[in-house]
Design a protein around this ligand. Sequence first.
Ligand SMILES: [Zn+2]
Length: 343
Amino acid sequence: MELPRIVAVGSGVISDLPQICSYLHLLGRGLIVTGPHTEEVVGKTVFELLEEGGYQPQTLISTASKLEEVDRAETMAREIEAGFLIGAGGGRSIDIAKIASMRMNIPFLSLPTAASHDGICSSQASLTVNGETVSLPAQSPLAIIADTRIIARAPARLLAAGCGDIISNYTAILDWELAHRLRDEEFSEYASALSAMTAKMIVERASDIRPGLEESAKIVLKALISSGVAMSIAGSSRPASGSEHKFAHSVNRIAPGRALHGELCGLGTIMMMYLHGKDWMMIKQALSQVGAPTSADQIGLDGETVVKALINAHKIRPERYTILDSGLNRMAATRAAEVTGVI
Ligand SMILES: [Zn+2]
């Protein structure tokens, strides 16, 4: 099990960065991977804090979630003989730092600027390879520093998407249980219980989750981190990724870049709950309460794209057994999307 050693969530925790680095006995220079926008939001502050701590930082501004960017980060880290990497930003910067640091066998710290998906704490990274989003093995962060003052200022859409990514644990676990019963796949009671509790907490507190509030950011961050811990316990993304994630990736194959990961996972969860014969209305209501989309037109997707994505979703990561198994036919896919009001 690979777990973070320090998880700091709260208002202003970014200022503890030098102390955290020293507590973790980090040595050498720190390479900060950030984006053009997040450089302003957080990158410059991280730079100053590391400088104060004597870590002679260097910044790399990355603009794309591509393997070439990982190569670039690795090259720069080797050039400056970095002792550790910090991914400061949304998913992209964190994922790049996560893979580059693993290749170099040095630690990495995660400093998210939004609570939009569980990649901020997981050991998986997603990158675009040959135009497709793929999940790659990486390492878990040694520390997560999630400053709610910064994260509460992120666009509302990102927080709602984060809730979608957590709520997707419902169907991920149902799929996992199915795979355990039908395929004798290894199953972790602890990981599934933690993942289920995390998703339930978001559903129960959905009406308290509002954009712009530090308290809301904290609820969602803690849930994302718990999901990440569940994945670490399981040693795979199983507890937090099932048929609903296949649907999300399938949409991205057909209509890349239209919606956020968590938004698509949320829509997928509504339909996969229906296919599992479970309470999909509860999922839909919670998503709507947090301000996440519950229908395709809210994110500019047409009905045909949704149906096509459903029909083809089982081709994504086929070794991962889910309710979709060998696939839905057109009639069944259309019915699942229509009955649930997704289209
Ligand atoms: Zn996800």
